[in-house]
Write a protein of this length. Sequence first.
Length: 281
Amino acid sequence: MPNKKMRPFDISTVLVRTIYDSNIGASSRAMANMGVEKLILIDPRCEVTYAAQQAAATGQHALQNRKVYSSWQDFFAAEPEGLRISFTARDGRGRQVRDFAEALNWIKDEHPAFQKSEITPIPVYLIFGPEDWGLSADDLELTHFACAIPTFGDNTSLNLAQAVLLALYTLRLEWGGQRSQLEGQQPPRQTGTENVFPEKALQQWLQEMGFDISHRRINVYTVLKRMLLHNIPNSKELRVLETVLQQAIRKLREYNELRRGLNLPNVDVTNKEQNKTPSDK
């Protein structure tokens, strides 16, 4: 059964009662990394100064085009209804905090809003609390899902901008997005031949040398292939190997043609001792 196409979505990053404007700027930079442009501030506790611009660095767009609301009430009055996902590192009484990636998968597969065959993007708000103590219980009640970003150390508290970056990265991994092309990075070849081991050339070379490679389990071909792949060669190294093998095949064929012209037997390095693998001896 083919996978159903996912409904399009429109991401906004929402920062609630942020204390430090440098974190607002750094969050704007993280958003630029992940292809998200809409930044919403609710009741910020700081002025947006030059420190925010410095922290945003090359990711100024969201910062310069931010929307600011004095309260949740103003937010709900101005913003379209959508899916609100909050982030918290505290699993208090009555809170059902879910792993963010698991929540995203459930939403994609089960949430009614994503089961509709619509082309209109659904607004998705990722909501982050202040740096000192995060979102309050009252804040969390206004959201549809309370989620946690996994950590692997004793310190489960994330810097605000780091939390924004990790959340957006996780969302892109689970729901997709257009990957950016790094400068100098080549697009993948359409032929699908990159990093392909030159099996045919190696087999032809060994056969021209007179080796018997018909044994299914282990023979000189399987041993050489395993040895050559042991260090995981890159595409350039594999191309060099292919060139060497093709040149060796041509030379062997020319040499064998010359020997046949002189009524001499072809090159044959195979005899009962030479063609045995270590396991046969």
